[in-house]
Structures are given as C-alpha cells and as structure tokens.
Design a protein around this ligand. Structure first.
Ligand code: GAF
Length: 388
C-alpha cells in the first residue's frame, strides 16, 4: 500500500526524525494551468488553479543558526547556516528550501538575531509532471517561515520571494504563475492572474455543477526548466519584443500581428504570435466560463494546444497523442499544461467518463510504444495555509 502523506503524518515524521513535536505544519498545493502558457514572464494573463496534491512542511525552531531539512523522498538530509546562505552552496533539491530563506534576505528580510529551524517535508505532487512540485515546496516553506518568524509578509510578497528562489537559487528562469496559483488558490476556483497589474482574482469554474471532471494525463516524459528549451523560448519572446520596439509582449495585441509578420523572422514571429493569441484566449476563457459555463471553453483549450504545438513548439508526441485521444473520446477540451517539453496534458471530460477516457489514452500510448501515462482527476483546491 502506498502511504499518502498528510499534515498529521508529516508531524509524526518530524517527531521520528527530530525527537520532538513540530511547532506547526503548513502546506502548499501544486497547480494545473487551465490556460495561458508562457504568458507569465511576458507580463501577461494566466488562468491556473491549485490542486489537492500538496507539499507539507513541518517546522520546529532551533536554538542555533542552523537550518536542517529532511524529506521522505530524499535519502540524505540537507543543512545550511543562516550565517552563510548562498545559492552556490545549495545542493540539488535543498535549493527549493534554502533558496526561499536566501530570497527572503535578498528582498529585505533581516536574518540577524533569528534562530534556525528543523524541517520535515512530504509531498504527493508528482515530480517533473508539470504540476509545480517545486513551487509547492517553495510556497509551503515560505508560508511556514512567515508565521514561524512572525514576518507579516503579504501573499504578494511571498509570491515574489518564491519566484526569486526559483530564478536565483534553483536557476530556472520562470515567471510566477506557479507560485501565484499555489499561494492564491481557492476551492472550486481558478486564479485569473494579470502579471503586469499584479492581480490574482478567484473565478468560479463550476466543473462539478456542470458535471465535468478535469483529467490530468502525466506523460512521464520529464522536463527540466533550469536547462533547455524553456530559457530559449523566453529569449525568443524578449528578442521579439525588442524587435517590435516594446518592453514586453504584453504591449502587443492581435492588431499588431501583421506588423510582427513583416518585422520578425518566421520562428520569432510564431513565438510572438503564440503569446499574443494566448493572452487573448485567457481573457476569453475567463469571460466564457463565467457567462456560459465550463462546457463552453473547450474550443479555447484546443486552440491553445494547437498554438503550443505548431507556433511555440513546446509539445511532444506523447502530449499530442494524449490530447488527440481525449478529444476523440469526447472530451469537451484538452491541452498540454505547464512549461512543456514533456509533463502533463489536461482534458475536461464528462463526470463519470474519466476512467474510460484514461483507459483509451493508456491504450493509445501502449500502441505507440510510449511509457504508460499516469492518469488522475484533480479538483480546484485551496492555496497554501497552516494545517496544524
Ligand atoms: C512553468 C513556469 F514555472 C511558469 O512560470 C510558466 O512560465 C509555465 O512554465 C509556462 O506557462 O511552469
């Protein structure tokens, strides 16, 4: 039997490891992005939601200046000192934890006179599936330390701290969609994010009211945003904005596409076109879901996938097959979700048909000789909070 972690089990693991009860347990969720891909670092619009899969952080204070982290998923604990925090010294996964403390200091939190902590992490957010397992760790640690050290930081400030941890300590040049979804999610709601305006508004999704379920299809093709295509896409967007004479692609709309076609080389044009049209699709999806309900957003999801497959070129055969099969099986809409180059697809399906659609995707993967996918249903869930 697989042990699914919880706040209680994480507190017990803390006690087994450190010989005392923790001061508290906090948790933060992974996320699914409903629509709006690679728009966040272009100052754009995004529409993700937090999911029930979470990372728990049990924390207890220490008398000295050391930080110790254990995780059930990792064989070795990691340690750092509040007196010598530098991203160069963070090893592997511990950068997600110590990076948050480093980022707090970078953004003006004084570490002077503070004592260290012991921490136990547990998570059921799948790693490398494009569901923000990394943001879930960062946000759980950030919200825990905000309480434990009585910092009084706002959620907006925590978003920027966690993004800085990801960019400066982990080394992934991401935007802040994942951290925003994890910190601002609400049960039953999507989070409509306007990165430029610094807003994150809850929008009811009504999946259950409309007898729909959201299926995640983890292709198990692993991706890594600290290296590879993600940074290359970001650079194309920056180059495209510079060539068009604007600060960011958010300054462009669909009316600018003819000029972009004349100005940019073919590849940069297609990257820019994806971002411009994706921003428009996010705005439309938020309107349509409120006016006509979630059954009416299917075409927008499908168009988003086509744009990522053909123009932004971040899909892969497994993601395309997952989307095509789900649609053939009658899904209302389907698209890849997250940074791309692997990870997961989502499909909005009639409640009760999730198993059938999942089985069809599994069969199609087997027929193509792909690794068996992992398919599960997610629900829009609560953002980061204190559990115990
Ligand atoms: C990853 C990044 F972390 C996000 O910031 C976002 O850019 C996403 O890819 C693509 O939309 O999840």
């Amino acid at each position: 039997m697989i042990d699914i972690p919880s706040a209680e089990s994480t507190a017990d693991d803390f006690e087994d490891r450190y010989g005392r009860r923790p001061d508290g347990v906090w948790s933060a969720p992974g996320r699914v992005n409903l629509i709006g891909e690679h728009t966040d670092y272009n100052d754009g619009l995004v529409f993700p939601f937090a999911i029930e899969r979470r990372t728990w952080a049990a924390v207890g204070h220490r008398e000295d200046r050391l930080l110790t982290v254990h995780s059930g998923a990792m064989p070795e604990p990691a340690q750092a000192s509040l007196d010598a925090l530098s991203p160069d010294g963070f090893d592997g996964w511990s950068a997600y934890v110590f990076g948050v403390v480093w980022a707090m200091e970078q953004r003006g939190v004084s570490l002077e006179g503070r004592t260290g902590f012991d921490l136990m992490l547990a998570s059921d957010v799948p790693l490398g599936a494009g569901l923000s397992s990394s943001a879930a760790i960062e946000c759980a640690v950030a919200i825990a330390l905000n309480d434990e050290w009585e910092l009084g930081l706002t959620r907006r400030e925590l978003i920027y701290i966690c993004q800085l941890a990801e960019n400066g300590a982990v080394g992934a040049p991401t935007g802040n969609m994942d951290q925003t979804a994890s910190l601002m999610g609400e049960p039953g709601h999507g989070v409509l994010i306007d990165v430029r305006a610094e807003t994150a508004d809850p929008v009811p999704l009504h999946f259950a009211d409309e007898e729909l379920e959201l299926l995640v299809i983890d292709t198990r093709v692993h991706h890594e945003h600290a290296t590879g295509g993600y940074g290359a896409r970001r650079k194309s967007c920056e180059d495209g904005a510079a060539a068009m004479g604007v600060d960011s692609l958010r300054d462009l709309g669909e009316a600018d596409l003819p000029r972009a076609l004349e100005t940019l080389d073919d590849e940069t044009y297609r990257r820019v076109k994806h971002v411009i049209t994706e921003n428009a699709r996010v705005a439309r999806t938020a309107e349509v879901v409120q006016q006509d309900g979630p059954r009416a957003i299917g075409d927008l999801l499908v168009q988003s996938h086509a744009s990522m497959r053909d123009d932004f070129e971040i899909s892969c055969p497994e993601l395309d097959l997952a989307v095509e099969t789900a649609l053939t099986q009658g899904a209302v809409g389907a698209r890849m979700t997250g940074g791309g180059f692997g990870g997961a697809a989502i499909a909005l399906v009639d409640a009760g048909r999730a198993e059938e659609v999942g089985a069809a995707v599994e069969a199609a993967f087997a027929e193509s000789g792909f690794t068996a996918p992992i398919v599960f249903v997610v629900n829009p869930a609560a953002g980061a909070h204190r559990d115990l």
